[in-house]
Design a protein around this ligand. Structure first.
Ligand SMILES: Cc1ncc(COP(=O)(O)O)c(C=O)c1O
Length: 375
């Protein structure tokens, strides 16, 4: 069978009946928007994560926008985001008239570097958006400490690491997305917890922020046709909630399948000196949204082309650091020392990882990598 970068059909087969029944119920009751399934899913998510408020919304980008709106971000306010990441956090800041300030990341975990974060704080800084990249949580203990020291909001972007658990030095464990003032996530189909279209959610333990987020996701209404504030129209629809309700109880199992595939890759790749397997942070579990190698500089593109010739898909997340992107060059500010963020785009290579990947397929992938370096 052809090797896929992600496999969305396999997991569907395991929830087919449940989803069919749930969708039939939505259609027959015509409760397409804000139907009972959405409320039930929000309750189940709160319970799973141990948070007071879950606010479902239209997608992960809306979640970031809503979070920044809820903290009252104003034009000219600075928000610190990682320089090596998906663009959505920087974009949300800029769309609201804020200034995205780019911090460097750690060369090994790819996550925000707390030392760089500290270097870029100014009197105009309002918030930090740590992005839990590729499946593991950022170094939240130092990040939260710095935020407390300077009185900054922390808005976690957990689009890629739903289900990852962070352990504080006193032994407390918390899910990624539940440690800052607000957590944001995406249920885009390829995410570890993904639906059949667009979807997202916000999490908070703060009652005031929870109320504001709920209101802002509904055109600023608490009561119908009474607009207390500007907002968005951002909703999770009932069909997506049906899918997510079927997937949530199976999440641990699907993370387990990804983790055993990741362990197998790492074991097999130990002998290939030219590539470095992903480094697992000591304080976070990994949910393996991506399995990202670091390849010797100057070789990555040739390796990628060879793998493609052999029918092996790979991906480069991300090919250009955000401060060098045309959209952000002019409007962002960046740490003067962006060592890792400038280097990683030339070195990273993500291999196929999903719940359906077989060891035979992984052997084929690793074999092709070994052959490339032996020639
Ligand atoms: C880190 C990160 N943040 C935000 C988003 C935006 O999510 P969405 O596509 O649901 O708007 C994504 C989606 O890929 C992401 O990877």
């Amino acid at each position: 069978m052809a090797i896929k970068m992600v496999d969305l059909y396999g997991p569907y087969e395991r929830i087919r009946e449940e989803v069919a029944a749930g969708i039939r119920e939505v259609v027959e009751s015509s409760a397409f928007i804000n139907g009972p399934a959405v409320g039930e899913f929000a309750r189940e998510l709160s319970q799973y994560l141990g948070v007071r408020h879950t606010i479902p919304c239209g997608n992960g980008t809306d979640a970031l926008l809503l979070a920044l709106m809820a903290i009252g971000l104003k034009a000219g306010d600075e928000v610190i985001v990682p320089a090596f990441s998906y663009a959505a956090p920087a974009e949300a800041v800029a769309l609201l008239g804020g200034v995205p300030v780019m911090a460097d990341v750690d060369l090994e975990t790819f996550n925000m570097d707390p030392q760089s974060l500290r270097r870029v704080i100014t009197p105009r800084t309002r918030a930090i958006v740590p992005v839990h990249l590729f499946g593991q949580a950022c170094a939240m203990e130092p990040i939260l400490g710095i935020a407390r020291e300077y009185g900054l909001y922390v808005i976690e972007d957990n689009a890629q690491s739903f289900g990852a658990e962070y352990t504080f030095s006193d032994g407390r464990r918390k899910y990624a997305g539940t440690m800052g003032h607000i957590g944001c996530t995406s249920f885009f189909p390829t995410k570890v917890l993904g639906c059949f279209g667009d979807g997202g959610a916000l999490f908070t333990d703060d009652d005031r922020l929870g109320e504001r987020l709920r209101m802002m996701a509904a055109h600023g209404q608490r009561e119908r046709y009474c607009h207390e504030t500007l907002g968005l129209n951002s909703r999770l629809d009932s069909v997506q909630a049906v899918v997510l309700r079927a997937k949530l109880p199976r999440l641990r199992e699907s993370i387990g399948a990804r983790a055993s595939a990741a362990r197998y890759y790492t074991r097999r790749l130990e002998a290939v000196a030219e590539v470095a397997a992903p480094v697992e942070a000591p304080d976070s579990t990994h949910v393996w949204h991506q399995y990202t190698l670091t390849v010797e500089e100057g070789v990555r593109d040739a390796l990628r082309a060879r793998l493609a010739q052999e029918g092996i898909p790979t991906a480069v997340y991300y090919p250009l650091p955000l401060p060098l992107q045309p959209a952000y060059r002019e409007l962002c500010v960046a740490d003067e020392r962006l060592d890792a963020a400038l280097r990683l785009p030339q070195c990273v290579l993500s291999l196929p990882i999903h719940t359906e990947l077989t060891t035979a397929q992984q052997d084929e992938i690793v074999g092709a990598i070994e052959r490339f370096f032996k020639k």
